[in-house]
Design a protein around this ligand. Structure first.
Ligand code: CP
Length: 337
C-alpha cells in the first residue's frame, strides 16, 4: 500500500478531496446514529505538539478512540524533535512504534522532515505555513450550511484578516475545488504572491476565482461565507499595537459588516478567537454563526482522515491465524513453567 501523508491539500486532486469529504460525512452520519464503525481497532496514533491546542488535540484523541484505536499525547518538550537526536532518527523510530503520526510543529520544514523520514502516514496538525485538517473540516461545514441547491463551485468565500496559516490553506482548498475566494486585508497583511500564484494555478484547472482587496465591504457583498482568524499570535505580542491599528475597526467582523453580506451568509472562525477583536460577540453568537458546528466537524474530519490514510494499510489477519499464534505462545509459556 502506497504511503501517503496529509501535509498540504495541494498534494491531492479535487476528486480525492471530495472523496475524503464524502467519507468524513458518512462517518459523521454513522456517528449520529450511534454506529461509528471500529475501523481502526488497536491502531496507535502519536500526537506530537510543539504548541498548545484544544481542538486538534482533543478531536484527534477522541476520534482515534471512537474508531477503536488509541492516542499518545506527546506535549511540547516531551520528546526529542530535532534536539538531541536528528529529526530523521526520531521519525524512523516513532514509525516503528505507531501506525500514524499527527504533528503540530512551529516550522513547516519540521513537518516536511517528519514526512520525509517517517514510514507511516504523517498528518499536519498546523505549522507556521498551513492548517490542512482545519480547512477540510471547513469545506464540510460550508457544504452543510450552504443555501439549498447551491453547488460547491458557486460558493463565494470571503476571508477577512491577516494572512495566517489558515488563510493559506483555505485559499488553496477553495480554489482547488473551484470556489470563488476573496481575501480582504490591509495591503501589508495580504496573502503573499506565492500563495496567489498557486491559487491562480488551481483556478485555471478548477474554474474557481481568487481575488485580494483592501475593501472589506466590497469583499462581503456576495459572500456565502465570511471567515476570519486571529490578528496576532504567540510571538507577535510586540506587533499588537501596529496590527490593531491596521485592522481595527475596518476589518472587524461586526454586525454592521455582516449586514452588508447577503442575508443567508454564514460566519466562520477556526477558533481560538479573540472575541471583540477580529469578530464581535454579537456576530460570533448570532444565528448566522456556524463556529461551533465547525469546531465539532474537526472531530468527524480527523476520523475520516485517519480511516482514509490508515485503514488501507492495516494487515487484515484471519481470526484462525491469530488463534494459532496465541496457542503457540501459550504452549511455549507452559513449557517455560
Ligand atoms: N483551530 C485549531 O486548530 O484549534 P486548536 O489550536 O485549539 O487546535
Amino acid at each position: 500500500m502506497e504511503l501517503r501523508h496529509f501535509i498540504d491539500t495541494q498534494d491531492f486532486s479535487k476528486a480525492e478531496l471530495l472523496d475524503l469529504i464524502e467519507l468524513i460525512r458518512m462517518i459523521k452520519m454513522a456517528d449520529k446514529e450511534g454506529a461509528t464503525p471500529k475501523l481502526l481497532q488497536d491502531v496507535s496514533l502519536a500526537m506530537l505538539f510543539e504548541e498548545p491546542s484544544t481542538r486538534t488535540r482533543i478531536s484527534f484523541e477522541v476520534g482515534i478512540t471512537e474508531l477503536g484505536g488509541h492516542a499518545l499525547y506527546l506535549k511540547p518538550g516531551e520528546i526529542h524533535l530535532g534536539v538531541r537526536e536528528s529529526l530523521s532518527d526520531t521519525a524512523k523510530v516513532i514509525s516503528r512504534y505507531v501506525d500514524v503520526i499527527m504533528a503540530r510543529t512551529l516550522k513547516h520544514e519540521t513537518m516536511l522532515g517528519l514526512a520525509e523520514h517517517a514510514t507511516v502516514p504523517v498528518i499536519n496538525g498546523l505549522t507556521d505555513y498551513n492548517h490542512p485538517t482545519q480547512v477540510v473540516c471547513d469545506v464540510l461545514t460550508m457544504i452543510e450550511h450552504a443555501q439549498p441547491g447551491k453547488k460547491l463551485e458557486d460558493f463565494n468565500v470571503t476571508f477577512i484578516g491577516d494572512a495566517t496559516n489558515v488563510l493559506s490553506s483555505l485559499m488553496l482548498i477553495c480554489t482547488r475545488l473551484g470556489m470563488h475566494f476573496t481575501h480582504a486585508a490591509p495591503k501589508k497583511y495580504q496573502a503573499p504572491q506565492q500563495w496567489l500564484d498557486w491559487a491562480n494555478e488551481n483556478c485555471r484547472e478548477s474554474g474557481g476565482t481568487v481575488c485580494v482587496t483592501d475593501d472589506p465591504v466590497e469583499a462581503v457583498k456576495e459572500a456565502d461565507f465570511i471567515y476570519t482568524d486571529l490578528w496576532w499570535w504567540v510571538g507577535q505580542e510586540a506587533e499588537i499595537p501596529e496590527r490593531r491599528a491596521a485592522f481595527m475597526p475596518r476589518y472587524q467582523v461586526n454586525m454592521e459588516l455582516l449586514k452588508k453580506a447577503p442575508a443567508h451568509c454564514k460566519f466562520m472562525h477556526c477558533l481560538p478567537a479573540s472575541r471583540g477583536v477580529e469578530a464581535t460577540d454579537e456576530v460570533m453568537d448570532s444565528p448566522q454563526s456556524v463556529i461551533f458546528d465547525q469546531a465539532e466537524n474537526r472531530l468527524h474530519t480527523e476520523k475520516g482522515l485517519l480511516v482514509w490514510l490508515v485503514y488501507p494499510r492495516l494487515k487484515k489477519t484471519d481470526e484462525g491465524f491469530k488463534k494459532q499464534k496465541a496457542d503457540e505462545i501459550l504452549k511455549f509459556l507452559e513449557k517455560m513453567g
